[in-house]
Design a binder for this molecule. Structure first.
Ligand code: AMP
Ligand code: ZN
Length: 112
């Protein structure tokens, strides 16, 4: 997916403020943070959205979910955090490479 921004970030072709990475997942700071802490958790694999998810990607999604509390703790979010996955244009999705928003700290936004 050569025209996908998040694939380019995952490939290191576009710089990002990366806070975690492994062979399947990369996590970086949102360029336009909506809260004190605002991370994006993405699979390296190009999956456009939850609409395209298949059952053989269940383990990958499980790994991403398990990563969230570890990331939150590492960011000092000991009180809790919010996770948002926008799906499709109607869900407010702007970048069609699956990602989980992890938000916390001051200025935590409501649902939009
Ligand atoms: P969504 O509306 O769920 O598709 O969210 C896309 C998110 O990607 C937005 O919160 C943007 O601020 C964020 N974003 C866009 N470009 C970049 C970038 N180059 N680096 C980090 N975050 C980005
Ligand atoms: Zn992609």
């Amino acid at each position: 997916m050569s025209d996908c921004l998040f694939c380019k970030i995952a490939a290191g072709e576009i710089p990002a403020d990366t806070v975690y990475e492994d062979d399947k997942v990369i996590v970086f700071r949102d360029i336009n943070p909506k809260a004190e802490v605002h991370l994006l958790v993405i699979p390296r694999e190009h999956i456009p959205s939850l609409n395209e998810l298949s059952e053989d990607q269940d383990a990958l999604l499980g790994n991403m979910l398990h990563l969230l509390p570890q990331l939150a703790k590492a960011q000092g979010l000991n009180d809790g955090f919010r996770t948002i996955i926008n799906t499709g244009k109607g869900g407010g999705q702007l970048i069609f490479h699956l990602h989980m928003h992890l938000l916390g700290g001051k200025n935590l936004p409501g649902f939009e």
